[in-house]
Write a protein that binds this ligand. Structure first.
Ligand SMILES: N[C@@H](CCC(=O)N[C@@H](CSS)C(=O)NCC(=O)O)C(=O)O
Length: 311
C-alpha cells in the first residue's frame, strides 16, 4: 500500500490494535497536525516505551544457532589509529558502526539495533573498548534502537540524537557540532529530508561519512513519511554529502542488496535517484510505492525515547 501523508496515521493506529501510544508518538514524531498536546503525547510515549520494554519487543538475546548477523571490517584510511567495525542486522537490514580510538580505546556506536545489543556488547567487551556515545542518525521507523540496552549495560555511555528530532537523549546535537572520542572528532552534518532530524556523521581525517538513511548505496531514504520532503533530501545530499571529497567512503544506514560501502564519486555519478535533476528526483520519490516498515508501530514510540526508559 502506498503511504501518503494523509493516510499514514490511521494506518499505524490500525496496525497497533488500538494501543494509544502509537498514534500519539507517531503524531509527535511527525510533528503532524495532531490535536493532542505534546505533554499528553510524552506521557503516552512513556507508557508505550514501558509496554515495549516489558513485552512488545523480542529480548536482545541471540541464542546459539540463531544467525541473524554478519560483521565486516571496513578498509579504513586510518587503519593504524582507528578501530572500525561494520555490523549488520539481517532482519531489518540495518548497519551499525563501531568506531574506536585504538590508543585510548574510547569508542562510539552508530545506529545500534535493540535485538543485536548482546552482540554489540560482546564486541565492545572483546575489544576492551570504553563506549562513550551511542548515536542515532535519526528516529528510525523500521527498528528499535539498541541505545537504551547499551546504556543500561554501560552506564557511562551517553545517547546522542539531533535536537530537532525532539527525541529523548543525553546529548542533543545540531549541524556543525562535534562529538569527540579519543583523538577523533566526529563532525555532525544535518541532512534532513527522510526525517527532519536526519544526521550524517563525518570523520574527516579518515575519509569516512555515515549517512544514515539520507543516502543509501545507489539510492536514498524514502520521503513519503509526513516529515519527509524530497526537495529537502535532494539539497541535503548535494550540499552536505556530495560536497565531501570524491574519495570519501560513504557508509549507509541500510542496504537491501548486499552492498556495504560506496564513495562520493560513485554516488555522484551512479546514484539512480540523486544524479537526476531535482524535478525528476521528486517525481521518482513520489512514485516509489514502498510498503510501510514492518516494525514501525513499535519502533517510533521507543525511538522517541531514544531507547532510554525512565521508570
Ligand atoms: N521493508 C523494510 C523497510 C524498507 C524501508 O522502507 N526502508 C527505508 C529506510 S528504513 S525507514 C527507506 O527509506 N527505504 C528506501 C528504499 O528505497 O528502499 C521493513 O519492513 O522494515
Amino acid at each position: 500500500m502506498l503511504a501518503t501523508k494523509s493516510t499514514e496515521p490511521e494506518r499505524v493506529l490500525a496496525e497497533a490494535n488500538g494501543r494509544p501510544f502509537v498514534c500519539c508518538a507517531f503524531s509527535n514524531w511527525l510533528a503532524s497536525s495532531s490535536t493532542m498536546t505534546s505533554s499528553l503525547c510524552r506521557q503516552l510515549v512513556r507508557v508505550g516505551a514501558r509496554t515495549l520494554k516489558g513485552a512488545g519487543v523480542n529480548p536482545p538475546i541471540v541464542g546459539p544457532g540463531s544467525v541473524r548477523t554478519i560483521a565486516s571490517q571496513g578498509p579504513g584510511l586510518c587503519h593504524d589509529t582507528l578501530l572500525f567495525r561494520q555490523l549488520f542486522d539481517t532482519y531489518s537490514y540495518t548497519y551499525t558502526y563501531l568506531l574506536a580510538d585504538r590508543k585510548s580505546k574510547d569508542a562510539i556506536i552508530i545506529d545500534p539495533v535493540y535485538e543485536m545489543a548482546e552482540r554489540d556488547l560482546q564486541v565492545i567487551k572483546d575489544l576492551g573498548l570504553n563506549l562513550r556515545y551511542a548515536l542515532n542518525t535519526h528516529v528510525h521507523a523500521d527498528h528499535v534502537t539498541g541505545t537504551g540496552v547499551l546504556k543500561q549495560n554501560i552506564p557511562s555511555c551517553q545517547s546522542v540524537i539531533a535536537a530537532i528530532s525532539e527525541a529523548k537523549a543525553n546529548v542533543k546535537v545540531n549541524d556543525g557540532d562535534k562529538v569527540k572520542f579519543g583523538d577523533f572528532d566526529l563532525e555532525i552534518r544535518a541532512t534532513p529530508g527522510h526525517t527532519n532530524g536526519c544526521l550524517t556523521f563525518v570523520l574527516p581525517e579518515c575519509g569516512f561519512a555515515f549517512t544514515g538513511d539520507a543516502l543509501l548505496i545507489r539510492g536514498c531514504g524514502r520521503t513519503d513519511f509526513p516529515q519527509g520532503n524530497a526537495e529537502t533530501l535532494y539539497k541535503s545530499v548535494h550540499e552536505k554529502i556530495f560536497s565531501l571529497p570524491d574519495n570519501f567512503m560513504l557508509y549507509p544506514g541500510h542496504d537491501y542488496t548486499g552492498q556495504t560501502v560506496t564513495t562520493v564519486a560513485e554516488e555522484k555519478t551512479m546514484n539512480r535517484r540523486l544524479t537526476k535533476d531535482i524535478k525528476a528526483f521528486t517525481e521518482i520519490m513520489k512514485n516509489l510505492k514502498l510498503p510501510m516498515p514492518k516494525q514501525i508501530a513499535k519502533a517510533l514510540p521507543a525511538n522517541m525515547e531514544c531507547g532510554v526508559f525512565d521508570e
